[in-house]
Design a protein around this ligand. Sequence first.
Ligand SMILES: Cc1cc2nc3c(=O)[nH]c(=O)nc-3n(C[C@H](O)[C@H](O)[C@H](O)COP(=O)(O)OP(=O)(O)OC[C@H]3O[C@@H](n4cnc5c(N)ncnc54)[C@H](O)[C@@H]3O)c2cc1C
Length: 376
Amino acid sequence: MNFDFTQQELMLFKEINDIMFGLARERTLEEKDPISAESLLREALDRLAKTSYLKLGIAQSKDIPGLCAMMGAMEIVSSCSPSLYLSIEMSTRLFGRIISTYGNEKQKAKWLSPVLYGKKLGAVALLEKTMNIDNDPMATIGIRENALIKISGVKNYVINGPVADFIAVAGTMENKPALFIVEKGIKGLIQGKRLETIGLDGVVISGLTLENCQINEDQIIGQFEDKSILTTLRIWENQIILGSCLGMMKSSFESARTYAKTHKTGGKPIIAYQEVGFKLAEMLTLFQTSQLFAYRAVCAPEGKNRDFEVLTYCAKVFCTEAAEKVSGWALQILSGEGYISGNPAERSYRCAKYNQIAGTSTEISRVKIGDAAIGA
Ligand SMILES: Cc1cc2nc3c(=O)[nH]c(=O)nc-3n(C[C@H](O)[C@H](O)[C@H](O)COP(=O)(O)OP(=O)(O)OC[C@H]3O[C@@H](n4cnc5c(N)ncnc54)[C@H](O)[C@@H]3O)c2cc1C
């Protein structure tokens, strides 16, 4: 496997880097105010759409770099802002990928193109109240009534929920899994109030309630024969989380290294103290190992291959735990300066827990890896 990036991919990374740093100079990237957060998100989508970033992993052409470069590009965006990154990814790499993989041509024209051109915002609602989709049947249900389908259900946490133009809502219809595409403003869609979280300050997240929302046949993706669609969506979510971890490690490591070289105690920069140097060495080792693991997981052949699935779970467990450790050590090196809000280490430290909870949680990943290990 070749993990070297081509000139074209390196050019893309530079373009993305310039856009993100340009935005950071103009605006606060981890924007707490929901109105400003939405306008920042739409501005970022608009600017990134001028590159191939939004199309990575979704559209295929010789001008669009492959999955390994997608991971490298994700790392850059996430390192600048974990919140902006996640909001963008839920719209493109999850909502967009659903439509591009399972939608028909009409659905792609209606929902995929505007998302990939950065004009509209998507969201995906999988999780329901007090349940994890891996273990429990979905209670959100679509009932056919003549030419219409009525959707009812409750979704607990949805990134972009309060602001998305299109939402893919997972549920069942006639006992088969399906994704219902509901559009902003549809009657019966109740968007909950924005939820406060310990990290991801700039993510606009809420619960959603659907009370007899009426959609038509064209707004259904599926129905699918079995629940494997949900596993696929979780794998895609896990890939997004891998990118998030790499970005957090990059920004935490770099801020700690700079601080260690410039901050002095006892007349010398703290990097001169072995214990600080060793921490940085350990951080870089975890970061670089995570990069290799994430690239490998995302580039492995997909399809019905269970090895690919297990590799993703292994990478997710490793990278999410590494991101928590690296950001924690960065905070330790930055010490008082790090504990004060507003630097990449404390921001990553607060966000890192999300990565272990979301997608396939660390515990469920370990159960699945264990099952595969014993050949179950
Ligand atoms: C900030 C935030 C944003 C989110 N955004 C979205 C979104 O946009 N769309 C969306 O659909 N969801 C979203 N979620 C939901 C997220 O994916 C879930 O929180 C996650 O999948 C865990 O589900 P749960 O909270 O129901 O935990 P539970 O499933 O109730 O799990 C609770 C604990 O039990 C463990 N556990 C559960 N089952 C097992 C098992 N079988 N074996 C071993 N351990 C087990 C879990 O690992 C966990 O530690 C978001 C969550 C957060 C916090």
